[in-house]
Design a protein around this ligand. Sequence first.
Ligand SMILES: Nc1nc2c(ncn2[C@@H]2O[C@H](COP(=O)(O)OP(=O)(O)OP(=O)(O)O)[C@@H](O)[C@H]2O)c(=O)[nH]1
Ligand SMILES: [Mg+2]
Length: 333
Amino acid sequence: MFVDCVEIACFAGNGGDGCCSFRREAHVPRGGPDGGDGGAGGSVIIRADYNLGSLANLVGHHFFRADHGKAGEGSMCTGRSGDDIVILVPPGTLVKDKVHGHVLKDLADGDQIVIAQGGKGGRGNRSYASSTNRTPREFDRGEEGESRAVILELKLIADVGVIGKPNAGKSTLLSRMSRATPEIANYPFTTKYPNLGVVKVGYDHQFVMADIPGLIEGAHAGVGLGHEFLKHVQRTKLFVHLVEPDPDDQTNPIDNYHQIRKELELYDSELTQRPEIICISKAELPDSEAAALLLEESIGQPVMRISAATGQGLPELVKRIVAHLQGKVGEDW
Ligand SMILES: Nc1nc2c(ncn2[C@@H]2O[C@H](COP(=O)(O)OP(=O)(O)OP(=O)(O)O)[C@@H](O)[C@H]2O)c(=O)[nH]1
Ligand SMILES: [Mg+2]
């Protein structure tokens, strides 16, 4: 299951009360104040962990309550502190305040944020003792813990986003280039949520590639599946735009290309500035060469031809991607 938005309410624990007590023991006259401090309440913390790929583990969990601190006791015993609750989320999760709507933190791997701070424990009467006040009876109550409702919104972190119309061969490409195993089938909207794969280049290089569900006209406004997932392309550095040479629905590859560009523009015009490698997919099919030439002519940019089925053009594609990611475009790749 892939979940990229959840709402949760977090309640930190209250601090324990301080204690008011005096030492009473045989042969120890006037033992003095010995009330201990209360323990601190537990906090609620959200931490990014790269082992997670979505927010699915939070589904069904709406409330997170950390333990209260225990009250202090006599004999200078400090109360036990409440345990913190740590909520693990994938890197790329935005933590937003539900009431005010602002972003509290954009969590990268290993980052964390204290969403609700536990209350401090109250002081026991022992800590009020001084040379002029040797039998203090004051003590403090524990502080109340914070509470906050937050919206967690995941925006995947991938270097490369594979975009295109449904059935263009995006998932097949991802499965060929990485060890990801997305569902592949000969009908539109096979992929219902983004898949990530790590593409290894040589021994010590790699990049993360995301297969985004097929985009169609009106995707920016919620048609099809696209709009829900367009946010996941916002963080990619580069697009690989797959264009099918001879779609089953008899649409024109050139129109299809422009349609996707238009959807990107309407969703967020900044996306059109991002580098894009344009590929005609299924290159072993007879129509692909003509389609590539027509597309090249129409947009005035180089168009690659790749085939996930035969592997044609894939080494060049990887080289180009790496060149873009390393900022070496224009050099000899
Ligand atoms: N001949 C040929 N067929 C391919 C190639 N790549 C993918 N296909 C086929 O095209 C169909 C669609 O492939 P998918 O990878 O599921 O396409 P997609 O773009 O992920 O589609 P959605 O998830 O529906 O958006 C499948 O039947 C694949 O077997 C290729 O290089 N050559
Ligand atoms: Mg797919």
